[in-house]
Write a new protein. Structure first.
Length: 590
């Protein structure tokens, strides 16, 4: 076996063991274009030769900014890493100010962008980037150098021996990439990850993912600049999985039908949206079909793994799978055996219903600083438990601090924060990485996350509130698209709510209420507010009296990344949301 110790070893391992024709597949002008393992490596080497001719030294920094995942990104990633330089992946959707900060803080000397939109953002701040020598684009854009220029510069193979020397000089412990976390507060932090950090995470997670080597097909659309998707792409390469890149979030359902993947990764928000769409279709049914649909849904919501519900339940589930759930599966391409979910808490009801429908969502947990996986569920060998993030992966140690914080130690823990010793020392105090998450490990070894340490707050009565638990429960209502629980130091929790505007309009139509034209009208409609209050009252029943949401206000905006409400991984930017809705805060608490 080829030993894998550095990230660029993955494609070579794939070449030796699988050598597939569709290693990386991207859609250009309506056609899926396949890149084989051989071509992937050949182009990466061409890029390495070109970079050396352009004077790239070990430890130089090169930024990659792409609005969608694509073959070029992966070729550049390997091509850059082989020279001993580091990749700086950047979220395409952050502000120009953040672009400027990351490009200057990292000292990136070259920047590769995907398209016109990103290029325009970089061009706006170019004069403030003294280190940046040149910008290249993946798309053909007039007036901008193209990444294919490197394929020309590196065509002559006479310096391949220099590339090999560089590769041989790179150690597992060397820095591979700096990932700037979007941060729910303040300036982005540059997380330094070594080859060993990410390679160990891939290899230690590999046994948890039930792939038939060389026979699986993945759909990739979560941002590759985030360590979750990037680590999974290396894992796919390790297993000889064909990777198809989704065109965009908007086109993902079409892409799934075309590609018919067996596996894909997603964040809970997207899984919620898929479920809501299926549910809406069920509401349109009539008569017996409708009855059968909701019988299957009710059955699915009671799902327990490993036949724990007994023979009669399993028999009914068999029928539900044949009549109803098979159609759900067909809607997602028909071959989907596995969804991997991370980045936020998955609602247990979704874990149950998708497992019942034979498309299990295995929830995992980790952070950028832990490369990322700490724990993950696995359907096999009793390794799956609803409401938990699974058991710890191999060689990773977790201890729970006295205040409930999850502390982690292992080869996956980052080198530190770039140019920030103080923050590094705080995060890695006493040899463990302090995750900032609160959790517990049960008697069977399953890890359960209960909250973010920084997000918990106390009411004026001294009671602790876990906002995420409340928010996850409330988002089960189809009327609620987004919610943020507030009330630090107040006598009771309140909430800002962004209604599901589309669903509210359908509800108004159905109940012969005049349909609101604008989102502002919906947010100020007393009938809508009353209906949402009824939903909250029902969901509040699960919580103690001090935790119940007593008052809330509706917001007219759609909460978004570009609006500043959400991070690129769709987590709430609590400070910013609080600032945006100061007036609503006053209405709630006077």
């Amino acid at each position: 076996m080829t030993e894998i110790t550095r990230l660029f070893d993955f494609p070579y391992y794939q070449l030796k063991h699988y050598n597939i024709q569709d290693a990386l597949v991207t859609k250009y002008n309506g056609v899926w274009i396949k890149t084989s393992t051989e071509e992937y490596i050949a182009k990466a080497n061409t890029v390495s030769r070109a970079l050396l001719r352009m004077g790239i030294q070990k430890d130089d920094k090169i930024a990659l900014i792409s609005t969608n995942n694509r073959t070029e990104w992966n070729i550049m990633d390997i091509g850059i890493l082989q020279t001993g330089a580091q990749t700086i992946p950047i979220y395409p959707t952050i502000s120009e100010t953040d672009y400027e900060f990351v490009l200057n803080h990292s000292g990136a000397i070259y920047c590769f962008v995907s398209d016109m939109e990103v290029l325009e953002k970089v061009n706006l701040i170019k004069t403030n980037l003294p280190n940046l020598k040149e910008v290249f684009s993946f798309d053909e854009i007039e007036g901008c150098k193209n990444w294919k220029d490197l394929l020309v510069i590196g065509e002559d193979q006479s310096n391949q021996d220099v590339v090999e020397d560089r590769k041989n000089s790179i150690k597992s412990e060397d820095l591979a990439t700096i990932i700037y976390t979007s941060g729910t507060t303040g300036k982005p932090k540059g997380v330094m990850l070594s080859h060993k950090n990410i390679v160990s995470n891939v290899l230690n997670s590999a046994s948890r993912i039930p792939f038939t080597a060389g026979e699986s097909r993945a759909m990739s659309f979560l941002p590759i600049c985030h360590i979750f998707e990037r680590m999974i792409l290396y894992l796919y390469q390790y297993y000889g999985v064909s990777i198809y890149f989704g065109e965009s979030i908007e086109k993902i359902s079409d892409n799934i039908k075309e590609v018919r993947p067996t596996v894909m990764s997603a964040v809970p928000r997207l899984i919620e949206k898929v479920y809501d769409k299926i549910y809406s279709k069920g509401l349109e049914l009539t008569g017996l079909k409708r009855k059968l649909f909701f019988w299957a849904v009710d059955l699915g919501l009671k799902y327990e793994p490993y036949g724990a519900n007994g023979f009669w339940y399993e028999l009914q589930l068999k029928i539900a799978r044949k009549l109803i759930f098979s159609k759900w599966r067909e809607g997602l391409g028909g071959n989907l055996d596995l969804l991997v979910s991370g980045s936020a808490a998955l609602q247990p009801r979704l874990a149950r219903i998708f497992a019942a429908a034979q498309m299990p969502v295995v929830e995992g947990y980790g952070l950028t600083e832990t490369s990322p996986v700490i724990a993950v569920n696995d359907m096999r060998n009793f390794g799956f438990k609803v409401g938990t993030v699974g058991k710890l992966i191999d060689n990773v140690e977790v201890k729970i601090a006295e205040d409930g914080e999850i502390l982690c130690k292992g080869p996956n823990v980052m080198l530190g924060y770039y140019k920030d010793e103080e923050l590094t020392n705080q995060a890695l105090a006493d040899g463990y990485f302090h995750t900032g998450d609160i959790g517990e490990i049960d008697s069977e070894g399953f890890l359960k996350i209960t909250d973010r340490k920084k997000e918990m707050f106390k009411t004026s009565g001294g009671k602790y509130i876990s906002p995420q638990l409340l928010e996850n429960a409330m988002k089960q209502s189809r009327f609620i698209e987004q919610i943020m629980v507030i009330g630090d130091g107040q006598k009771m929790p309140g909430a800002f709510i962004q209604p599901n505007f589309e669903f509210v309009r359908e509800w108004e139509k159905l109940h012969k209420i005049p349909v609101d034209k604008t989102n502002e009208e919906i947010a100020s409609n007393p009938k809508v507010k009353q209906r949402i209050k009824e939903e909250i009252d029902v969901l509040n029943e699960k919580f103690g009296n001090w935790e119940k949401i007593k008052r809330f206000e509706l917001t007219p905006d759609v909460w978004s990344i570009s609006g500043g409400h959400l991070t690129p991984t769709l987590k709430l930017k609590r400070k910013i949301v609080l600032e945006k809705y100061k007036d609503l805060f006053q209405k709630i608490y006077g």
